[in-house]
Design a binder for this molecule. Structure first.
Ligand code: GAL
Length: 653
């Protein structure tokens, strides 16, 4: 039993002399697993069909001799120069119709049969050669599917899109109905008229764009399955690929996660936000595996290189970040990458061994973390239990990316983050769930701008509330079905009955806000909602359209801001605007109380507390103090002192 610790190891970037030192330093830091081969295709197959495995044999043998496991990658995320030179049409075409070229990475079209053949060939060479190698622990298939090329608009992709559409809709009548092509004379009369979206004079058909995103996501999963099938001929070791649960929303991970043996994800801090996106990425990784422990395949020891301004982490911040993932269910803590590169596109990206060498803050923290993870080996395999879920759905996100919508100020990701942040401030650990998923284990479900809600998803929520659950629903939820067709009869058509509300029109706010009767402020959105049975807990005055245009107008009318409806055995909270944080915190507290949901412990805001427990009752309270002040975390049985900036893992039972 051990918590896995390590990172991407790219020895091909370094002279051989460095490799022995790498092994020594890995032992010093407590590294027990590294990912190898991710970007090695050009060194393993320098010319098409000519292989050079000698150096890689040496690397694998060194790892085995030093007790470091290999998470062995297929190098298919970065084809060598010969690939694009020989098969230029197999490189991707972007959304603007530009044929891209070699010179970076992911330079291929995921729908290209030529690419697939070459990728499966190198996969087979590697699988056959290393299947029985003593260092091999896990297969790392490809790298971050779709990170740069999730949607490639080639002719090959369009042809596969048509096959996918035929399968989904049967015939053109089905396709025309689903896409609403009666609008703007878009009805298709032959399959070859159906294309991948490319630039159009104005707003493209939303149904076509949405299905294109679904298809592109499906295509990447097919590529994983194809490589996995080849590996499976030679090896029975588990396989995974590194998702990007906190970013890159282009792949439907609810669908993809079914085929990996263990969920793995990468996470990088964005801007100044150290909690919300990290927490979401981690909770989502756990939820994708139905609560099973997961692998943090990459994060950074300090700065990344791909943001406008790349912030170096403060002292101890890296340790807090790693423990945030560990607390939320990761049993493997890994980084990109072992040694910070001296050259190439990522030379300004931090690594476990920084440019400064081992006499450095980063190296000291790397060694400290390795030692602490070793001491916590018995946490491995324990679970995080959440009785709250927050919904996340890819087609919903994709539909809301469409340019023509009530207001571009409302963004699906921003709404999700705002509600996730409110749960975080309340200390409530949440799972991430899909609208059509099993909600029976939860007491509280947050529905953040789930605009596109399928009939099945709506029925699922209805059943959840009817059976005694509590929902907290934001504006712009339950408005359209799975084909992006609006539900009629008043918004939100899919769940009006559950919410006890009916809205005739949306009134997105311009540059104004609304004043809540309770004293707070509503942003972005207002709507002409009427209660059809719900209790009205707060109101605002609906901005009068006439007043906004300067005409003589009657004063606006009071409209519900927060409605609470009893439905069956459960309770539904619905908001018709986006309240300020303090108001939202009050509303979340009310919904949590209705649901009987409580935080893991009592702690000041900024001190993250998450519990992991084994089935046999052993449990640990992870207390992570992000503040500059010493803090106390209180449970029914204990008071845990958590110094400023530090992490304390308190063994409870
Ligand atoms: C990931 C990728 C790594 C590295 C890292 C930099 O997207 O898998 O290879 O590029 O980002 O942050």
């Amino acid at each position: 039993m051990a918590i896995v610790y390590g990172g991407d190891y790219n020895p091909e970037q370094w002279p051989r002399e460095t490799w022995a030192e790498d092994m020594r330093l890995m032992r010093e830091a407590g590294v027990n697993r590294v990912s190898v081969g991710i970007f090695s295709w050009a060194k393993l197959e320098p010319e098409e069909g000519r292989y050079d495995f000698g150096w890689f044999d040496e690397v694998m043998d060194l790892l085995a001799a030093n007790g470091v496991e290999a998470c062995l990658a297929t190098p298919t995320a970065s084809p060598p120069p010969w690939f694009a030179a020989t098969y230029p049409e197999a490189v991707m075409v972007d959304a603007g119709g530009r044929q891209l070229t070699h010179g970076s990475r992911q330079g291929f079209d995921p729908s290209s049969d030529v690419y697939l053949a070459k990728a499966l060939n190198i996969t087979e060479q590697i699988a056959r050669r290393y299947a029985e190698h003593p260092a091999l622990a896990l297969w790392h298939v490809h790298n971050e599917y779709g990170c740069h090329n999730a949607r490639s608009h080639t002719k090959a992709a369009a042809a596969k899109f048509r096959v996918w559409l035929r399968d989904r809709y049967g015939d053109l009548d089905g396709l025309n109905a689903a896409w609403g092509t009666a609008f703007w004379s878009q009805s298709y009369s032959a399959w070859d008229q159906v294309q991948a979206p490319l630039p159009t004079p104005t707003i493209p058909n939303p149904g076509q764009v949405l299905d294109w995103k679904r298809f592109s996501s499906w295509q990447l999963k097919q590529n994983y399955l194809a490589e996995a099938a080849v590996i499976g001929k030679y090896s029975d070791k588990p396989m995974t690929t590194n998702f990007m649960t906190g970013s890159h929303p282009d792949i439907d991970l609810w669908e993809f996660s079914d085929v990996v043996d263990v969920v793995a994800t990468d996470h990088y801090l964005v801007g100044e936000d150290p909690h919300v996106n990290l927490g979401f990425a981690a909770d989502y990784a756990r939820s994708l595996g139905a609560g099973r422990p997961w692998i943090l395949m990459e994060h950074s020891t300090s700065a990344v290189n791909w943001q406008g301004r790349n912030r170096a982490k403060a002292p101890r911040e890296m340790i807090r970040n790693s423990f945030q993932h560990f607390a939320r269910g990761a049993d493997a803590i890994m980084y990109f990458q072992w040694r910070a590169s001296r050259q190439g596109a990522e030379k300004w990206h931090s690594g476990m061994v920084p440019h400064a060498g081992t006499d450095s803050k980063i190296w000291r923290e790397v060694c400290e973390l390795g030692a602490r993870l070793k001491e916590l080996a018995e946490v491995e395999g324990s679970r995080v239990h959440a009785d709250t879920a927050i919904l996340w759905d890819f087609p919903n996100r994709w539909a809301q990316e469409h340019e023509a919508r009530p207001t571009t100020d409302l963004e699906a990701q921003a709404v999700f983050d705002e509600y996730y942040a409110a749960l975080w401030r309340a200390g409530i650990t949440a799972d991430v769930a899909e609208p059509e998923g099993d909600l029976s284990g939860y007491r509280l479900v947050v529905v953040p701008a789930v605009y596109l809600l399928s009939r099945k998803g709506a029925a699922n929520l209805r059943q959840f509330v009817h059976g005694g659950g509590t929902v907290l629903v934001t504006p712009y939820s339950g408005v359209a079905d799975e084909t992006d067709t609006v539900y009629l009869g008043g918004y939100p058509g899919a769940i009006r009955d559950v919410l006890g509300v009916r809205t005739e029109e949306f009134h997105p706010l311009l540059d104004d806000t609304v004043a809540l009767a309770s004293g707070g402020t509503g942003r972005i959105w207002s709507e002409a909602a009427e209660s059809t049975g719900a209790e009205v807990r707060d109101t605002y005055v609906l901005p009068s359209t006439a007043a906004r245009t300067g005409a003589d107008a009657p004063a606006g009318t009071a409209t519900p801001a927060w409605l609470v409806n009893r439905f069956g055995e459960g309770t539904a909270h619905y908001l018709t605007t986006f309240p300020d944080d303090a108001t939202l915190d009050r509303i979340v507290a009310a919904a949590a109380e209705d649901a009987g949901v409580a935080p893991a412990a009592e702690a000041p805001v900024g001190v993250e507390v998450v519990r992991r427990a084994h089935e046999d009752g052993r449990s640990w309270l992870f207390c992570i103090n992000h503040t500059g002040a010493d803090a106390k975390v209180k449970t029914a049985d204990a008071v845990v002192d958590v110094p400023a900036g530090e992490v304390v893992v308190h063994r409870e039972h």
